[in-house]
Design a protein around this ligand. Structure first.
Ligand SMILES: Nc1ncnc2c1ncn2[C@@H]1O[C@H](COP(=O)(O)OP(=O)(O)O)[C@@H](O)[C@H]1O
Ligand SMILES: [Mg+2]
Length: 392
């Protein structure tokens, strides 16, 4: 279209009146097609020039912003918009030349409240900014859907958790009820009450009450938000301290520890106690997985772009494909006396640290958990500056 126009303009001096009329007619027709296309778009579109004067507005944008007539054309774009919030937002962002990606506004259209996502992009022509492009998208359904999804997700995890608790409390409750019946039988018996039996039953009831209590404590721990106290610290020294703490026990079980810690890693924002707890849970699982065999526990740290990774790998039996999604679920365990909360806690701690967890496990070879921690902004800037200094 643009090439056609340019060619037509170039050729203009050589054309007679009839030919010029045809060219102009063609251009008008082309323009009409463009306008029809822009007007039938479901998104609202506004275009302004470099002075922020409104050049074009399509039908949908007029509908969203309740504009009629044309007297707002070639005025400052924000003056054309009646809604004060939207108008102020456009004005301040155009004047500061900020790019905007989907800022939501709620507006009333008819008897419905709609959510509009407003984006502002610079209009660039051959490398220079010629104005701005504002788009308005009706995202009412999209936002409602994502809210529904998020609610469903948290409901689903609460259901899994509640199902886990229900399953966990069944056994102690059953046991308590049986022992109370036994005590009743004992007391109702014609012959003398056997004190020793009663004491035994009472002890069992006591232990089961403790178990119930522990289940409730664990449950609360799993659902409550976590208190973290992150401080800048070196991940390698944290790992060294942890190894110092556990190496004796591992070596006694013939598990060899291999350390591979990259030097000069930037500091990370870590809650010392929680991260140690998380890594300890992973190491304990590795230890359990390698029980009875001379295994290897490999702990490595290394840098990946803007992150630092910690990998903990064992040479245990590995995790079958169908269990990989389940192991982080609360109360999921394959152990007779497992709590099934170890990895749930790891997941929670890593989430608090914005760290990503990657699981790589091959049946018959071993399991590798990698944790990818973001490098704090301040550390990143310092690194960039050092790099520049080196080049001078
Ligand atoms: N390193 C590993 N090797 C093999 N299986 C593992 C490993 N780590 C975790 N798992 C599996 O994940 C399950 C859940 O682990 P976790 O949440 O720590 O609970 P628990 O240790 O009480 O079973 C374990 O029961 C086990 O089946
Ligand atoms: Mg565990």
């Amino acid at each position: 279209m643009r090439k056609l126009t340019e060619r037509a303009i170039k050729a203009l001096p050589r054309q007679n009146a009839e030919q010029i009329k045809t060219i102009v007619n063609d251009l008008v027709e082309g323009n009409k097609v463009l306008e029809t296309v822009l007007s039938s778009l479901p998104a609202g579109i506004m275009v302004s020039d470099i002075n922020h004067d409104l050049l074009f507005i399509n039908t949908q944008a007029r509908r969203f912003l309740k504009l009629s007539g044309n007297d707002f054309l070639e005025k400052k774009i924000w003056k054309a918009v009646h809604d004060k919030d939207i108008s102020d937002f456009i004005e301040s962002n155009l004047l500061s030349q900020e790019r905007v990606d989907e800022k939501d506004f709620n507006i009333q259209i008819g008897d419905k409240v709609k959510t509009l996502a407003l984006s502002i992009l610079p209009l660039v022509d051959r490398g220079t900014i010629k104005g701005s492009f504002i788009s308005l998208e009706d995202v009412t359904e999209k936002r409602a859907e994502s809210l529904r999804l998020r609610r469903a997700e948290s409901l689903a995890s609460l259901t899994t958790l509640a199902a886990g608790v229900a399953h966990e409390i069944k056994n102690p409750l059953g046991s308590i009820s049986i022992h109370i019946q036994l005590m009743q039988k004992c007391l109702n018996a014609e012959n003398d009450v056997c004190k020793a039996d009663l004491l035994d039953y009472l002890n069992v009831v006591n232990e089961e009450v403790d178990r119930l209590n522990q289940i409730v404590v664990n449950y609360l721990f799993a659902v409550r938000p976590m208190d973290t106290d992150p401080k800048c610290r070196c991940i390698n020294s944290l790992i060294e301290e942890l190894i110092e703490f556990i190496h004796f026990e591992l070596e006694q079980e013939s598990i060899e520890i291999i350390k591979n810690l990259e030097k000069d890693l930037p500091e990370l924002k870590l809650d010392d106690k929680l991260i140690k707890q998380a890594f300890l849970n992973i190491i304990k699982n590795a230890q359990a997985a390698m029980k009875g065999e001379a295994g290897l526990l490999k702990i490595s740290t290394f840098r990946v772009h803007d992150s630092v990774a910690v990998s903990i790998a064992d040479t245990g039996p590995g995790i079958p494909e169908e269990l990989k999604d389940k192991i982080f679920e609360p109360y999921f365990t394959t152990k007779d006396s497992g709590s099934g909360l170890g990895l749930t806690l790891v997941y929670k701690i890593m989430k608090e640290h914005s760290a990503e967890i990657r699981l790589n496990s091959i049946v018959g070879e071993g399991t590798n958990f990698t944790f990818i921690f973001p490098i704090p902004q301040k550390e990143q800037r310092l690194l960039g500056w050092d790099g520049e200094k080196d080049e001078i």
